[in-house]
Write a protein that binds this ligand. Sequence first.
Ligand code: ADP
Ligand code: MG
Length: 672
Amino acid sequence: LGPPEKKQKLNHVQTSYSPKNVSKGSSFEELRDARRALPIYPARQKIIAEIRKFPSAIVIGETGSGKTTQIPQYLLEAGVNSGATIAVTQPRRVAAISVSQRVAQEKNTNIGGLVGYCVRFEDVTSPATKLKFMTDGMLLREAILDPTLTRYSIIILDEAHERTINTDVLFGVVKAAQRRRLKTGQKLLKIIVMSATMDVDHFSEYFNKAPVLYLEGRQYPIQVMHTKEPQSDYLFASLVTFFQIHKEAPAGEDVLIFLTGQEEIESGVKIINDMARNLKDVPELMVIPLYAALPSQTQIKAFAKTPPSCRKVVVATNIAETSITIPGIKFVIDSGMVKAKLYNPHSGLDLLKVVTASKAQVLQRTGRAGRESPGVCYRLFTESEFQSMSTNTVPEIQRCNLASVVLQLMALGISDVLTFDFMDKPAPESINSALEELVMLGALERQSNSDMLKLTPLGKQMAAFPLDPRFAKVILLAKEYECLEEILSIISVLSVDSVLVTLSSKRKECQQSHQKFMSSDGDHITLLNIYRAYKSVNGNKSWCFDNFINARNMHTAQEVRKQLREICERNGMTFSSCGRDSTPIRRCLAAGFFLNAAELSKDGDFITMANRTKVSIHPSSSLFQCKPACVVYTELVKTTKCYMRTLSVVDPDWLYEAAPTYFKRKKAAVIS
Ligand code: ADP
Ligand code: MG
């Protein structure tokens, strides 16, 4: 992607947009005043009273009205929690962290005291914590150890409209905990569901006809512009639009750009910085990336107030749609796209793919422009493209691989997953294929005298890891292959976002620099080489910089590794290393990832063994130029083609040894 040409303009046409509520803004000087100025403030007594009265309640309010930061504080201040902890769940770790930090500030305490957060691989709470912001995944893990969630008196399920898999499962788990406490005469568990937009009747019905509290929003008028023609390259279009704004609008009017993922955002940020350097007579520019994988210190930058001579541009994923509110935004540029996980139970593939956003998402994005004053939203798609978008986002549970969730449900003691009280049931085929996968991985087995499946001791161990069941299996297998240290390093690096930096302006240099880590055995060994090199220089930052390695992500990987190692210790595993020999590692990967194997066919393409789908090696792979006979991969990405990303060369015999029955059956199917 090259920089946009200077004179090029996109044709935007104006269409009408009528905001629900228009009122004057107030200047927020102190945090306390800011709290009192929030739209939710006048309703606080009513909210407290209603929540006191009913076992469950649903709260609807526009993004920024103060639901997440205020309601937990109101309940605490009014003592509705009866001294116990209030849990507030978030689908995203970024939101859990940033919101808890904000609330700690408002309460004038240090984070980890009265107010804390708990996300995967990071627990910043203490016995004093009464307001605990956590990812929905973490609460789900707690429920495995304590199904009635005894330590909480109130559970707030926030951002319910996002309908992530974990939120959907939590609905059922928390509802069951409430019922169980009632039956056994324990203290009541209050459930509060909060959302920016949602199918209210559906939620209210599910939570035993819970009352719905609507909050007044505050929204200034927003001018919405669509492009005249469909855009073939939304990243390019977003940059052109941004520079149009940047040249015309005064300093202090900030811009929020919605793109889809880390790589795209980083490359957008880079281009904006490069281009802006050559511009004269424009405000100074602060360019801030915002996506889930960023470390929290970096994310906090997005909330900083812009100096008067400056313009802030935040380049974000859908994370900035509803879960966090960025102050100062006057212009929104919406690509209309989102990265989503999609699963096809017939093909068994979970794909990460950039897809068109839903109308609900687009409307949320537009709303971000009118929080503090009238704003403008540039949509990089036509009005008729907008009309053809689906109304709502399909719940994740109906489109993703359920193996991880099903394993967790089994670990929760819910053995009949097919009849679990889901708000929207996933397709039975999806549940069945997840069950089948877990049986093949050895996590589940049939009970001797019935058709029911039960958790095996291996499955129980697997459930202890906050990882995809296949990764958990690989770790547990590493004992046998005597390469646990190496596998832990590889999986830790795989658990964070890309550790390789590729700058579009220095593509050659980056590639050359990365070359020395590349292994002809595949990307897993390449990642191991990087981890080893990083360790050998003690995480030296300038080494990372010189070698185009992302120091932040490497640091996170090291933290992740520590935690995984702790879980292994708790499981009583012995730590072993295979030294320089990569064979045990690849055997171990083959044994855990036999479901993700592909072989080279006669015509030079790769075919997956699971379902005979044509796939290719991703250009970023160290095996891109090679034609190994057989590989296992950890991810599939679909762009123009279906690509395997992060793969290793394996011997087909290793696969057969790991899962003889499975491959015999596959072979028979191919022959017939
Ligand atoms: P809701 O949950 O209804 O979307 P929030 O409680 O998250 O609203 O936010 C209320 C207000 O608090 C926001 O409009 C914003 O002004 C402020 N706010 C929230 N988080 C932060 C933060 N991390 N930094 C600065 N201001 C924040
Ligand atoms: Mg919120």
